[in-house]
Design a protein around this ligand. Structure first.
Ligand SMILES: [Zn+2]
Ligand SMILES: [Zn+2]
Length: 170
């Protein structure tokens, strides 16, 4: 983010407040930061800021498209200000470290759905799960998560989810 944060807020029609500025700076300075970390970073900058104020500011910034919210399965949401492209994320299963990867192929949505079901697709959001180099070096072997186990687990989650939602009768 090159532009001045104050200008950015104004350009997006957001009222400029010290809290929103601090939250935006916290997200710009540390890509993929969690709301908890934002609370800490922004608090260091402007003094006490409530968790609710942070969530409110994050909500406004996401809604106006200044920042993007990433919600990896089973871990807290992260926020980033890299919103002008269709990039994806690599996530470590062990430590949760999250890094950017560029579009898988060409421009957005960069992945062709096997069946678009008539939707006009404008974005693809891919999470690549694995073990980061640091965790590998600490002995976390990728083989521990062999694909068959992972598949079974995620299928279990998916079917559990389905059960909780009553089927829509037509
Ligand atoms: Zn890791
Ligand atoms: Zn990212």
């Amino acid at each position: 983010m090159n532009a001045n944060p104050t200008d950015l807020l104004r350009q997006h029609g957001i009222q400029v407040t010290a809290q929103r500025l601090a939250v935006l700076r916290a997200v710009s300075g540390r890509p993929h930061v969690s709301a908890e970390d934002v609370t800490q970073v922004a608090g260091n900058e402007i003094g006490a800021i409530s968790r609710q104020a942070v969530y409110d500011a994050l909500g406004v910034l996401v809604e106006k498209g200044l920042i993007r919210r990433i919600q990896p399965v089973g871990s807290p949401a992260r926020y980033e200000d890299r919103v002008d492209d269709n990039h994806h994320h690599l996530i470590c299963r062990v430590c949760g470290r999250l890094v950017d990867v560029d579009c898988a192929v060409g421009a957005a949505p960069c992945l062709t759905a096997s069946d678009d079901n008539g939707y006009e697709i404008d974005e693809a959001d891919v999470a690549y799960w694995g073990i980061c180099p640091q965790c590998q070096a600490e002995g976390h072997a990728a083989t521990r998560f062999d694909p068959s186990t992972v598949d079974r687990r995620s299928q279990g989650r998916a079917s559990a989810k389905k059960k909780s939602t009553p089927p829509i009768k037509t």
